[in-house]
Design a protein around this ligand. Structure first.
Ligand code: SF4
Length: 187
C-alpha cells in the first residue's frame, strides 16, 4: 500500500517525485484554480494512488476551485465527482489511476492539461519544462531524440534517471510507479 500523502506536502512532493505530466497539472491548477474533466480524472486518480485520502482530496480541490467559483459551487458541482473517484458515489467503483499508455493515447484539446507532455507538448514547451526540472545539455538532446522516435515512456524514464541519479531498469510505465520509485530513492 502507498504511504499516506499529506496535503501540506503536495508541492514539495511534486518537485521531487511527480512525473512531468502531474507536475504540469498541479502548476495549471495553481495558476487557473481550475482543471477540466480530463485533468481532474488523470490528476485526481494519481493523487489518490499516491496516498491522498478522500477528505484531503476534497480540501485540496476545494481550496483551488473555490478561488474561482466559490466553495458553494464547488460543493454542488465538483465534490460529487471527487467522491466518485474514491468509490463513494454512484456504482461505488474504486477507480484506478491511469497508466502511461492510457495517458499517452488521450486526445487533449485546447484548454486541457491532461495527457503526456512528451507526447502532447510542442518541442519548445517540452524543452522549457525539462529545463525547469534541471535537465539540459546532452541528456536533454537524448530525451528529445526519444520523443522524435515516439518513445515517450523511454523519454520519461531517461528524465527519471537523470533527475534521480539512478537507473530504472524496468522503465516507466505508470505515473504512480514513477512516484513510488522516486520516493524509494529519496527516502
Ligand atoms: Fe506521465 Fe507516463 Fe508521460 Fe511520464 S510517460 S509524463 S509518467 S504519462
Amino acid at each position: 500500500d502507498a504511504a499516506e500523502m499529506s496535503l501540506k506536502d503536495i508541492d514539495q512532493l511534486a518537485k521531487s517525485s511527480f512525473p512531468l505530466c502531474m507536475r504540469h497539472m498541479l502548476d495549471k491548477l495553481r495558476e487557473n484554480h481550475h482543471l477540466k474533466h480530463g485533468g481532474r480524472m488523470q490528476f485526481g486518480l494519481f493523487l489518490k494512488g499516491a496516498g491522498l485520502k478522500l477528505e484531503d482530496a476534497l480540501a485540496f480541490w476545494r481550496a483551488e476551485f473555490s478561488q474561482k467559483i466559490g466553495s458553494e459551487r464547488f460543493d454542488k458541482e465538483y465534490a460529487y465527482s471527487i467522491r466518485h473517484n474514491y468509490g463513494k458515489e454512484g456504482k461505488r467503483i474504486d477507480y484506478t489511476p491511469y497508466s502511461c499508455q492510457k495517458i499517452i493515447s488521450a486526445t487533449p484539446s485546447v484548454g486541457d492539461h491532461h495527457g503526456c507532455p512528451y507526447r502532447h507538448f510542442g518541442e519548445e514547451n517540452l524543452r522549457a519544462a525539462l529545463n525547469k526540472m534541471g535537465v539540459g545539455g546532452h541528456t536533454l538532446e537524448e530525451i528529445m531524440d526519444k520523443v522524435k522516435n515516439r518513445h515517450y515512456q523511454l523519454a520519461c524514464t531517461l528524465t527519471f534517471e537523470t533527475t534521480h541519479g539512478v537507473s530504472c531498469d524496468s522503465g516507466i510505465n505508470h505515473p504512480n510507479q514513477y512516484f513510488t520509485e522516486s520516493q524509494k530513492v529519496l527516502r
